[in-house]
Design a protein around this ligand. Structure first.
Ligand SMILES: CC(C)(COP(=O)(O)OP(=O)(O)OC[C@H]1O[C@@H](n2cnc3c(N)ncnc32)[C@H](O)[C@@H]1OP(=O)(O)O)[C@@H](O)C(=O)NCCC(=O)NCCS
Length: 162
């Protein structure tokens, strides 16, 4: 994995109040990056243009992610839960392929080590699968999940840390 020292983001804890900045990252990642593997109908269902922002804010506070920031701009975020589950992992389209995802993944591994987590697992988009594979995650199953009544394929992936 390449390092991009000049553009290395700061990885820090989520701060209440920046939920909508994270939604911008999420929406951009789904519509401009994942859209190469999913149809317009699927990305619209995954991240609608007019979300319920109160519900979104509650969700983000619940997962309490790490945030990637570069020059004061939020460019990505990712979480790891106490059981090792990675719920969200998104980098904004404008910052893609510049090492932001790698910096976030390093942080999740560091946090997992500190919390004695024995394995990381996630339901990973087809788009993010090669990235997760590079980090040593293996595919357990392909699955189809419903987002607002529209089916999307993703893969269940796991990495043992022990
Ligand atoms: C997957 C994602 C998080 C990667 O973030 P990123 O900041 O672009 O990743 P990095 O720049 O650190 O990439 C490191 C390496 O991973 C691999 N990689 C990253 N994205 C890739 C992709 N879409 N396809 C193939 N390989 C990829 C490459 O080898 C890359 O190195 P390179 O750019 O020198 O070739 C980002 O593309 C994203 O948000 N995707 C859309 C949303 C999504 O599907 N999220 C996951 C939901 S589970």
């Amino acid at each position: 994995m390449k390092n991009h020292p000049a553009k290395e983001p700061v990885i820090r804890c989520f701060r209440p109040g920046e939920e909508s900045a994270l939604w911008e990252v999420f929406h951009s990642a789904v519509h401009s990056i994942a859209s190469k593997d999913y149809s317009a109908e699927q990305v619209d269902a995954w991240s609608p243009a007019n979300p319920d922002l109160a519900r979104w804010a509650k969700r983000i506070r619940g997962i309490n992610p790490f945030v990637a920031e570069r020059a004061g701009v939020v460019v990505g975020y990712a979480d790891v839960q106490a059981d090792g589950y990675i719920d969200h992992f998104f980098v904004s389209a404008a910052a893609a392929r510049q090492g932001v995802g790698s910096a976030l993944m390093r942080k999740l591994h560091e946090a997992a080590g500190q919390r004695n987590i024995s394995a990381l697992f996630s339901n990973v988009s087809l788009t993010a699968r090669p990235f997760f594979e590079q980090w040593g995650f293996v595919t357990l199953a392909r699955q189809s999940v419903s987002a607002r009544g529209v089916f999307l394929e993703n893969v269940s992936m796991k990495k043992s840390l022990s």
